[in-house]
Design a protein. Structure first.
Length: 92
């Protein structure tokens, strides 16, 4: 969370389904959340990266899917703008 803020981006949390039977509903909900928030980069954990790529066909602005490890190597959030005291810090 704080790393995303320090990078000049806005965290938009989404959570995995609690049950396998909820996967389809969660996928549709996540796609709507990401599209409404204007998300361009999704940060996930390595085991979920492949499944997360399915969202790119449902979220037009989503250009990158990255893991925390990939972000720590730098460069993926270079387009994030500078933050100011008036910047949005969290979307829920």
């Amino acid at each position: 969370f704080l790393g995303i803020l320090l990078a000049g981006a806005i965290p938009v949390p989404i959570y995995p389904p609690a049950r396998l039977s909820q996967v389809e509903d969660h996928f549709r909900r996540h796609a709507r959340i990401l599209e409404n928030a204007g998300v361009v980069c999704l940060v996930t954990f390595a085991p979920a990266k492949q499944v997360s790529r399915l969202l790119t066909s449902h979220v037009p602005g989503l250009r990158r899917i990255a893991t925390v490890e990939e972000l720590s190597s730098g460069g993926l959030l270079d387009e994030a703008g500078p933050t100011t005291p008036e910047s949005v810090a969290f979307l829920q």
